[in-house]
Design a binder for this molecule. Structure first.
Ligand code: ZN
Length: 314
């Protein structure tokens, strides 16, 4: 991590254009989740989210090197090695409400296409995302004056250990800390509803699936994985290109599930940064809110890391 971070700083001595040309990675996909608002307690402790103004500056900076394109155009460039067009597909994961209220208006103003990956059970209000509850609880504990910093640190570490399959244990743990936290969290509207997602669609944006309720797929049996990736696929009926994005990571995913995805979707996405994939029409995205770097610093870090890996044959 430290090494990668230092690449972000070394990047200032390199030209972005030269890094792109040298790597032959002229079609990239960026991953964001949401933006920071005064109510972002559910995401503040998960991501380095930007404000809407910061997102606009980041996109303006990226636009100096890449042309923002739709999924169709992105695929076209990816599938043709002789196509040198520098293109960037913008993606947002988890279907959070700010995608509709703040991000879509910004993108419409700037005429930037994007794809929004959502979890049908969140959109329908059937499930919560346990990581949002963890972040929200950390924010609440942070405000408590009756706990020492050391005690808070211990609680944050414990909260961050809960897994997707331990949602009930997590709720119980939080209830024991403060029986109001979950009650307050449950009242929040955090996700776009299905209607709001379809509104995004009506505005020209693409929608893609992100599993039913965001598990770490490698924790599940193949049958459970298939159930997760099929759920809600009917909502993509109007998509010309059907897309799927792995929740958390695609690391460790087996060939069997990749074969099933091929029958259901036209392409799939991971979030391992700039790298090529051995699976056809499976692409890695660059996670933009996993650190405090600005967009060009982050891209330079990715390109330098990619070039270094290539130079040692990885
Ligand atoms: Zn996600």
């Amino acid at each position: 991590m430290l090494f990668r971070k230092s690449l972000g700083h070394i990047g200032q001595y390199f030209s972005m254009s030269k890094l792109i040309d040298k790597s032959h990675q002229n079609a990239i996909c960026l991953l964001y989740h949401t933006i920071k608002t005064e109510n972002s307690f559910h995401t503040n402790h998960l991501f380095h989210t930007k404000t809407i103004d910061e997102l606009e500056w980041e996109l303006d900076a990226v636009a100096g090197y890449f042309e923002f394109v739709t999924v169709e155009e992105f695929l076209k460039v990816k599938q043709d090695p002789s196509n040198n067009r520098r293109v960037c597909l913008l993606s947002f994961d988890d279907g959070l409400l700010e995608c509709k209220t703040l991000i879509a208006p910004l993108l419409l103003k700037k005429q930037i296409p994007a794809i929004f990956f959502f979890n049908p059970e969140f959109a329908k209000g059937e499930k919560i995302f346990f990581r949002h509850l963890v972040s929200y609880t950390i924010a609440q504990i942070n405000q408590k004056n009756n706990l020492t910093d050391q005690k808070k640190k211990e609680l944050f570490a414990k909260l961050n250990l809960f897994k997707w399959s331990q949602e009930n244990e997590l709720k119980e743990f939080i209830f024991q800390l403060d029986n109001q936290i979950f009650a307050e969290f449950s009242k929040l509207k955090l996700f776009c509803s299905v209607e709001e997602l379809l509104w995004l669609r009506s505005q020209g944006f693409a929608l893609g699936l992100h599993t039913a309720n965001h598990p770490l797929l490698t924790d599940l049996t193949l049958e459970e994985q298939i159930e997760q990736v099929r759920n809600g696929i009917e909502l993509l009926q109007d998509e010309r290109i059907k897309c799927f994005a792995f929740p958390f990571t695609d690391y460790g995913i087996g060939k069997d599930l990749m074969a099933v995805l091929k029958t259901l979707f036209d392409c799939s996405f991971g979030c391992a940064g700039l790298q090529t994939s051995s699976y056809k029409n499976h692409f890695q995205r660059i996670p933009m809110d996993d650190g405090s770097l600005g967009s060009i610093e982050k891209l330079k870090e990715e390109y330098l890391y990619y070039s270094l890996k290539k130079s040692i044959g990885k």
